[in-house]
Ligand binder design. Structure first.
Ligand code: PLP
Length: 362
Protein backbone atom coordinates (compact mmCIF):
# COMPACT_ATOMS: atom_id res chain seq x y z
CA UNK A 1 0.00 0.00 0.00
CA UNK A 2 1.32 3.39 -0.94
CA UNK A 3 1.65 5.64 2.06
CA UNK A 4 -0.44 8.57 0.89
CA UNK A 5 0.38 11.10 3.59
CA UNK A 6 3.90 12.09 2.73
CA UNK A 7 3.48 15.84 3.33
CA UNK A 8 4.87 15.27 6.84
CA UNK A 9 8.25 14.82 5.11
CA UNK A 10 8.19 18.39 3.85
CA UNK A 11 7.31 19.59 7.36
CA UNK A 12 10.20 17.58 8.80
CA UNK A 13 12.66 19.39 6.51
CA UNK A 14 14.30 22.75 7.24
CA UNK A 15 11.51 25.26 6.55
CA UNK A 16 13.73 27.45 4.34
CA UNK A 17 14.61 24.47 2.15
CA UNK A 18 10.98 23.33 1.95
CA UNK A 19 9.96 26.87 0.96
CA UNK A 20 12.69 27.66 -1.54
CA UNK A 21 12.16 27.32 -5.28
CA UNK A 22 14.63 24.90 -6.89
CA UNK A 23 17.50 26.53 -8.83
CA UNK A 24 16.70 26.41 -12.56
CA UNK A 25 19.71 25.48 -14.68
CA UNK A 26 19.86 25.99 -18.47
CA UNK A 27 17.31 23.72 -20.10
CA UNK A 28 18.32 20.25 -21.31
CA UNK A 29 17.23 19.63 -24.89
CA UNK A 30 19.85 17.44 -26.54
CA UNK A 31 18.31 17.70 -30.03
CA UNK A 32 18.89 21.47 -30.20
CA UNK A 33 22.14 23.40 -30.63
CA UNK A 34 23.35 24.75 -27.28
CA UNK A 35 23.95 28.47 -27.50
CA UNK A 36 22.48 28.97 -24.03
CA UNK A 37 25.16 27.77 -21.59
CA UNK A 38 28.34 29.63 -22.62
CA UNK A 39 30.24 26.46 -23.47
CA UNK A 40 32.90 26.23 -26.21
CA UNK A 41 31.50 24.75 -29.44
CA UNK A 42 34.47 22.29 -29.87
CA UNK A 43 36.06 19.66 -27.66
CA UNK A 44 39.19 20.85 -25.87
CA UNK A 45 42.56 19.78 -27.27
CA UNK A 46 43.20 17.63 -24.20
CA UNK A 47 39.81 15.87 -24.37
CA UNK A 48 40.51 12.39 -25.66
CA UNK A 49 37.30 10.96 -24.24
CA UNK A 50 35.15 11.16 -27.37
CA UNK A 51 32.43 12.52 -25.08
CA UNK A 52 32.50 16.20 -25.93
CA UNK A 53 33.49 17.28 -22.45
CA UNK A 54 33.15 20.89 -23.59
CA UNK A 55 29.45 20.37 -22.82
CA UNK A 56 27.93 20.38 -19.37
CA UNK A 57 26.37 17.06 -18.37
CA UNK A 58 22.61 16.84 -17.84
CA UNK A 59 22.00 19.13 -14.82
CA UNK A 60 20.10 16.65 -12.66
CA UNK A 61 20.64 13.44 -14.66
CA UNK A 62 16.92 12.54 -14.75
CA UNK A 63 17.42 9.80 -17.33
CA UNK A 64 20.11 8.15 -15.22
CA UNK A 65 17.92 8.44 -12.11
CA UNK A 66 15.03 6.75 -13.92
CA UNK A 67 17.31 3.88 -14.89
CA UNK A 68 18.66 3.64 -11.34
CA UNK A 69 15.12 3.54 -9.95
CA UNK A 70 14.33 0.61 -12.22
CA UNK A 71 17.66 -1.05 -11.43
CA UNK A 72 17.15 -0.85 -7.66
CA UNK A 73 13.47 -1.77 -7.94
CA UNK A 74 11.88 1.44 -6.63
CA UNK A 75 9.26 3.77 -8.10
CA UNK A 76 10.18 6.36 -10.71
CA UNK A 77 11.18 9.54 -8.86
CA UNK A 78 12.46 7.56 -5.85
CA UNK A 79 16.16 7.47 -6.85
CA UNK A 80 18.74 10.25 -7.00
CA UNK A 81 22.41 9.77 -7.90
CA UNK A 82 24.94 11.72 -5.83
CA UNK A 83 28.72 12.14 -5.71
CA UNK A 84 29.21 9.01 -3.67
CA UNK A 85 26.85 8.15 -0.86
CA UNK A 86 29.01 10.50 1.21
CA UNK A 87 27.28 13.31 -0.63
CA UNK A 88 23.90 11.63 -0.08
CA UNK A 89 24.54 11.75 3.67
CA UNK A 90 25.52 15.40 3.45
CA UNK A 91 22.47 16.40 1.37
CA UNK A 92 20.09 14.71 3.81
CA UNK A 93 21.66 16.41 6.82
CA UNK A 94 21.59 19.79 5.09
CA UNK A 95 17.99 19.39 3.94
CA UNK A 96 16.60 18.23 7.30
CA UNK A 97 18.74 19.63 10.13
CA UNK A 98 18.60 23.25 11.24
CA UNK A 99 21.99 24.42 12.54
CA UNK A 100 21.93 24.82 16.30
CA UNK A 101 18.55 23.11 16.69
CA UNK A 102 18.31 19.66 15.17
CA UNK A 103 20.25 16.45 15.52
CA UNK A 104 21.09 13.13 13.94
CA UNK A 105 21.24 9.84 15.80
CA UNK A 106 24.08 7.38 15.20
CA UNK A 107 24.92 3.95 16.64
CA UNK A 108 28.69 3.74 17.13
CA UNK A 109 30.99 2.14 16.33
CA UNK A 110 29.84 3.08 12.84
CA UNK A 111 30.74 5.03 9.70
CA UNK A 112 32.21 8.41 10.62
CA UNK A 113 30.62 10.48 7.86
CA UNK A 114 27.22 10.70 9.58
CA UNK A 115 28.69 12.62 12.51
CA UNK A 116 31.07 14.59 10.26
CA UNK A 117 28.21 15.82 8.04
CA UNK A 118 26.22 16.77 11.15
CA UNK A 119 29.14 18.76 12.61
CA UNK A 120 29.64 20.64 9.34
CA UNK A 121 25.95 21.55 9.29
CA UNK A 122 25.97 22.60 12.97
CA UNK A 123 23.58 19.81 13.92
CA UNK A 124 24.24 17.82 17.06
CA UNK A 125 24.92 14.11 17.25
CA UNK A 126 23.06 11.77 19.59
CA UNK A 127 24.93 8.49 20.11
CA UNK A 128 23.32 5.22 21.12
CA UNK A 129 26.11 2.63 20.92
CA UNK A 130 25.60 -0.81 19.43
CA UNK A 131 25.58 -3.54 22.08
CA UNK A 132 28.73 -5.64 21.87
CA UNK A 133 28.10 -9.36 22.22
CA UNK A 134 31.43 -11.14 22.44
CA UNK A 135 29.98 -14.61 23.02
CA UNK A 136 31.34 -17.38 20.85
CA UNK A 137 29.24 -18.50 17.91
CA UNK A 138 26.51 -17.10 15.74
CA UNK A 139 25.12 -14.52 18.16
CA UNK A 140 28.46 -12.67 18.42
CA UNK A 141 28.40 -9.19 16.96
CA UNK A 142 27.16 -5.67 17.50
CA UNK A 143 23.41 -5.37 18.04
CA UNK A 144 21.07 -2.40 17.88
CA UNK A 145 19.82 -1.11 21.22
CA UNK A 146 16.27 -0.62 19.94
CA UNK A 147 14.78 0.78 23.14
CA UNK A 148 17.83 3.02 23.61
CA UNK A 149 17.43 4.42 20.09
CA UNK A 150 13.72 5.07 20.57
CA UNK A 151 14.22 6.64 24.00
CA UNK A 152 16.90 8.98 22.58
CA UNK A 153 14.70 10.09 19.67
CA UNK A 154 13.56 13.45 20.97
CA UNK A 155 11.70 15.71 18.49
CA UNK A 156 15.02 17.37 17.57
CA UNK A 157 16.26 14.10 16.00
CA UNK A 158 15.46 14.31 12.29
CA UNK A 159 17.64 11.51 10.94
CA UNK A 160 18.55 8.11 12.41
CA UNK A 161 21.52 6.54 10.61
CA UNK A 162 21.67 2.75 10.59
CA UNK A 163 24.45 1.04 8.67
CA UNK A 164 23.81 -2.54 7.56
CA UNK A 165 26.17 -4.35 7.13
CA UNK A 166 27.82 -1.98 9.56
CA UNK A 167 31.20 -0.40 8.94
CA UNK A 168 33.56 -1.12 10.75
CA UNK A 169 32.02 -4.06 12.64
CA UNK A 170 31.00 -5.98 9.49
CA UNK A 171 27.67 -7.42 10.69
CA UNK A 172 24.19 -6.96 9.27
CA UNK A 173 21.76 -5.33 11.69
CA UNK A 174 18.88 -7.54 12.75
CA UNK A 175 15.97 -7.01 10.35
CA UNK A 176 13.31 -7.15 13.06
CA UNK A 177 15.17 -4.52 15.11
CA UNK A 178 15.38 -2.21 12.09
CA UNK A 179 11.65 -2.78 11.40
CA UNK A 180 10.80 -1.87 14.97
CA UNK A 181 12.73 1.41 14.74
CA UNK A 182 11.21 2.24 11.35
CA UNK A 183 7.68 1.52 12.56
CA UNK A 184 7.95 3.36 15.87
CA UNK A 185 9.49 6.44 14.19
CA UNK A 186 6.78 6.55 11.55
CA UNK A 187 5.83 10.21 10.85
CA UNK A 188 8.50 11.31 13.35
CA UNK A 189 11.98 10.92 11.84
CA UNK A 190 13.74 9.53 8.78
CA UNK A 191 15.54 6.23 9.20
CA UNK A 192 18.50 6.24 6.81
CA UNK A 193 19.74 2.72 6.10
CA UNK A 194 23.21 2.78 4.62
CA UNK A 195 23.59 -0.36 2.51
CA UNK A 196 27.09 0.32 1.16
CA UNK A 197 27.99 -3.37 1.67
CA UNK A 198 24.65 -5.11 1.14
CA UNK A 199 25.80 -6.92 -2.03
CA UNK A 200 28.40 -8.81 0.01
CA UNK A 201 25.73 -9.95 2.46
CA UNK A 202 23.49 -11.29 -0.29
CA UNK A 203 20.36 -10.17 1.58
CA UNK A 204 17.43 -8.25 0.17
CA UNK A 205 17.69 -4.46 0.16
CA UNK A 206 15.57 -2.55 2.64
CA UNK A 207 14.43 -0.48 -0.35
CA UNK A 208 11.65 -3.06 -0.75
CA UNK A 209 9.95 -1.26 2.20
CA UNK A 210 9.99 2.20 0.65
CA UNK A 211 6.45 2.01 -0.66
CA UNK A 212 5.00 1.08 2.72
CA UNK A 213 7.17 3.32 4.92
CA UNK A 214 7.60 6.94 3.89
CA UNK A 215 10.23 7.46 6.63
CA UNK A 216 12.71 5.00 5.08
CA UNK A 217 15.73 6.22 3.12
CA UNK A 218 18.21 3.73 1.65
CA UNK A 219 21.73 4.63 0.53
CA UNK A 220 23.48 2.52 -2.09
CA UNK A 221 26.89 3.03 -3.65
CA UNK A 222 28.90 2.02 -6.71
CA UNK A 223 32.13 2.28 -4.70
CA UNK A 224 32.30 -1.11 -3.03
CA UNK A 225 30.91 -4.30 -4.65
CA UNK A 226 30.45 -2.52 -7.98
CA UNK A 227 34.16 -1.64 -8.06
CA UNK A 228 33.77 2.01 -9.11
CA UNK A 229 35.09 4.00 -6.13
CA UNK A 230 36.94 6.26 -8.57
CA UNK A 231 33.80 7.50 -10.32
CA UNK A 232 32.20 8.71 -7.05
CA UNK A 233 28.56 7.72 -7.46
CA UNK A 234 26.08 6.75 -4.78
CA UNK A 235 22.29 6.68 -4.85
CA UNK A 236 19.60 7.92 -2.47
CA UNK A 237 16.43 5.80 -2.57
CA UNK A 238 13.53 7.47 -0.79
CA UNK A 239 10.03 8.91 -1.04
CA UNK A 240 9.71 11.45 -3.83
CA UNK A 241 9.38 14.33 -1.32
CA UNK A 242 12.75 13.43 0.21
CA UNK A 243 14.36 13.17 -3.23
CA UNK A 244 12.95 16.58 -4.19
CA UNK A 245 14.43 18.14 -1.05
CA UNK A 246 17.84 16.53 -1.65
CA UNK A 247 17.80 17.78 -5.26
CA UNK A 248 17.16 21.32 -4.07
CA UNK A 249 20.24 21.21 -1.86
CA UNK A 250 22.45 19.57 -4.52
CA UNK A 251 24.19 21.89 -6.99
CA UNK A 252 23.35 21.34 -10.68
CA UNK A 253 25.85 19.46 -12.91
CA UNK A 254 27.25 17.67 -9.85
CA UNK A 255 27.86 14.36 -11.61
CA UNK A 256 30.57 14.42 -14.29
CA UNK A 257 29.60 12.95 -17.67
CA UNK A 258 32.29 10.26 -17.37
CA UNK A 259 30.78 9.12 -14.05
CA UNK A 260 27.28 9.01 -15.54
CA UNK A 261 28.60 6.85 -18.39
CA UNK A 262 30.47 4.54 -16.01
CA UNK A 263 27.35 3.96 -13.92
CA UNK A 264 25.25 3.24 -17.00
CA UNK A 265 27.76 0.56 -17.97
CA UNK A 266 27.77 -0.84 -14.41
CA UNK A 267 24.02 -1.47 -14.40
CA UNK A 268 24.17 -3.51 -17.60
CA UNK A 269 23.43 -7.21 -17.34
CA UNK A 270 26.98 -8.26 -18.23
CA UNK A 271 28.46 -6.02 -15.53
CA UNK A 272 26.06 -7.44 -12.94
CA UNK A 273 26.92 -11.03 -13.88
CA UNK A 274 30.63 -10.20 -13.58
CA UNK A 275 30.04 -8.57 -10.20
CA UNK A 276 28.32 -11.69 -8.84
CA UNK A 277 31.27 -13.87 -9.82
CA UNK A 278 33.60 -11.50 -7.96
CA UNK A 279 31.29 -11.45 -4.93
CA UNK A 280 31.55 -15.25 -4.68
CA UNK A 281 35.34 -14.98 -4.69
CA UNK A 282 35.33 -12.29 -1.99
CA UNK A 283 32.99 -14.33 0.22
CA UNK A 284 35.16 -17.45 -0.14
CA UNK A 285 38.28 -15.46 0.69
CA UNK A 286 36.49 -13.82 3.63
CA UNK A 287 35.75 -17.24 5.13
CA UNK A 288 39.24 -18.58 4.44
CA UNK A 289 41.08 -15.52 5.80
CA UNK A 290 38.86 -15.38 8.90
CA UNK A 291 39.66 -18.98 9.65
CA UNK A 292 43.40 -18.53 9.14
CA UNK A 293 43.53 -15.36 11.23
CA UNK A 294 41.59 -17.06 14.04
CA UNK A 295 44.41 -19.59 14.22
CA UNK A 296 47.03 -16.84 14.72
CA UNK A 297 48.41 -16.33 18.25
CA UNK A 298 48.40 -12.56 17.60
CA UNK A 299 44.66 -12.49 16.91
CA UNK A 300 42.19 -12.60 19.81
CA UNK A 301 39.02 -12.64 17.76
CA UNK A 302 37.74 -12.14 14.22
CA UNK A 303 34.22 -10.74 14.31
CA UNK A 304 31.66 -12.34 11.98
CA UNK A 305 31.35 -10.37 8.72
CA UNK A 306 28.67 -9.87 6.08
CA UNK A 307 30.83 -7.32 4.23
CA UNK A 308 34.14 -7.32 2.28
CA UNK A 309 36.27 -6.73 5.36
CA UNK A 310 37.04 -8.37 8.67
CA UNK A 311 37.21 -6.62 12.02
CA UNK A 312 40.00 -8.29 13.97
CA UNK A 313 40.75 -7.88 17.64
CA UNK A 314 44.46 -8.41 18.05
CA UNK A 315 46.70 -8.81 21.12
CA UNK A 316 48.46 -5.52 20.38
CA UNK A 317 47.17 -3.10 17.74
CA UNK A 318 50.38 -1.08 17.40
CA UNK A 319 52.55 -4.09 16.63
CA UNK A 320 49.93 -5.61 14.29
CA UNK A 321 49.76 -2.30 12.40
CA UNK A 322 53.53 -2.20 11.97
CA UNK A 323 53.71 -5.88 10.99
CA UNK A 324 51.18 -5.17 8.22
CA UNK A 325 53.11 -2.12 7.08
CA UNK A 326 56.29 -4.21 7.07
CA UNK A 327 54.58 -6.40 4.46
CA UNK A 328 53.62 -3.22 2.50
CA UNK A 329 49.96 -3.56 3.53
CA UNK A 330 47.72 -0.79 4.85
CA UNK A 331 45.01 -1.85 7.27
CA UNK A 332 42.92 0.43 9.46
CA UNK A 333 43.33 0.84 13.19
CA UNK A 334 40.04 1.36 15.07
CA UNK A 335 41.47 0.89 18.57
CA UNK A 336 40.40 4.35 19.70
CA UNK A 337 36.73 3.86 18.67
CA UNK A 338 33.98 3.09 21.20
CA UNK A 339 34.13 -0.60 22.16
CA UNK A 340 36.90 -1.45 19.68
CA UNK A 341 40.12 -1.51 21.67
CA UNK A 342 42.85 -3.37 19.75
CA UNK A 343 40.56 -3.76 16.74
CA UNK A 344 41.86 -3.47 13.19
CA UNK A 345 39.76 -3.52 10.03
CA UNK A 346 41.16 -5.52 7.14
CA UNK A 347 39.71 -5.34 3.62
CA UNK A 348 39.58 -8.63 1.72
CA UNK A 349 42.01 -8.32 -1.19
CA UNK A 350 43.32 -10.79 -3.72
CA UNK A 351 44.35 -14.23 -2.49
CA UNK A 352 48.01 -13.24 -2.66
CA UNK A 353 47.43 -10.01 -0.69
CA UNK A 354 45.39 -11.84 1.94
CA UNK A 355 48.09 -14.48 2.31
CA UNK A 356 50.63 -11.75 2.93
CA UNK A 357 48.54 -10.39 5.79
CA UNK A 358 48.03 -13.83 7.32
CA UNK A 359 51.79 -14.36 7.07
CA UNK A 360 52.57 -10.96 8.61
CA UNK A 361 50.30 -11.70 11.57
CA UNK A 362 51.30 -15.34 12.07
C1 PLP B 1 32.40 3.36 1.85
C2 PLP B 1 31.15 3.74 2.54
C3 PLP B 1 30.29 4.68 2.02
C4 PLP B 1 30.70 5.55 0.94
O1 PLP B 1 30.62 5.62 -0.08
P1 PLP B 1 30.81 6.53 -1.34
O2 PLP B 1 29.65 6.13 -2.15
O3 PLP B 1 32.12 6.09 -1.89
O4 PLP B 1 30.80 7.95 -0.90
C5 PLP B 1 29.09 4.96 2.64
N1 PLP B 1 28.76 4.31 3.74
C6 PLP B 1 29.56 3.40 4.29
C7 PLP B 1 29.14 2.70 5.51
C8 PLP B 1 30.79 3.10 3.72
O5 PLP B 1 31.60 2.23 4.31
Amino acid sequence: MKDSSTTWLTSLARPEIAAMAPYRPASWEPTLVRLHANEMPWSGGSDGSGEGLNRYPEPYHDALDDDLAAFFGVDRGAAFATRGSDEGIDLLVRAFCRAGHDSVLVCPPTFGMYAAAAHIQGASVVSVPLVRDASAGASAGFRLDVEGVLAACSPSVKLVFLCSPNNPTGNLLDGAAVDEIVNRLSYRALVVIDEAYVEFAGTESYAARLRANSNVVVLRTFSKARALAGVRVGVILAAREVIDLARKVCPPYALPQLSIDAVRAAISETAVVAMHARLDTIREERARVAEELRASPKVVRVWPSDANFLLCEVVDAASAMSAARGAALLVRDFSTSTGLSNCIRVTIGTREQNDRLVEAWS
